[in-house]
Design a protein around this ligand. Structure first.
Ligand code: FES
Length: 109
């Protein structure tokens, strides 16, 4: 069973936006897709740029630098700039906080 860590209050994450938080020495981006929350490593697999501030549209996040689209559900990129997945984390909401699973991130492909 996964153990979960408190990440951010849901009120701090704008709808269709995101906010980064430092967890266990790693920057994790919490994304709000119309009230569903996803967690993904805050580093693009193209040129290692932070993903924070990228647009969230449905279950997709767009890198703010060159626009690669990542699937928030599994970290899969689309397009030709990168073929490497971004690590994703399981999330849940407890008492109006987003929590992320400590060690269940999917490994980069
Ligand atoms: S750094 Fe993200 S698409 Fe280039």
């Amino acid at each position: 069973m996964s153990s979960f860590i408190k990440a951010l209050p849901i009120a701090d994450i704008p709808e269709n936006g995101n906010k980064a938080v430092e967890i266990a020495g790693k920057s994790v981006l919490i994304c709000n897709s119309q009230g569903s929350f996803y967690a993904i490593a805050n580093e693009c697999t193209h040129q290692r740029s932070p993903l924070e501030g990228g647009k969230v549209r449905g279950t997709f996040l767009f890198c703010p630098l060159h626009g690669v689209r990542f699937d928030l559900r599994n970290g899969m990129p689309s397009g030709n700039l990168t073929k490497v997945c971004v690590k994703t984390y399981e999330t849940r909401v407890v008492d109006d906080w987003v929590e992320i699973a400590e060690a269940t991130g999917t490994a980069a492909a």
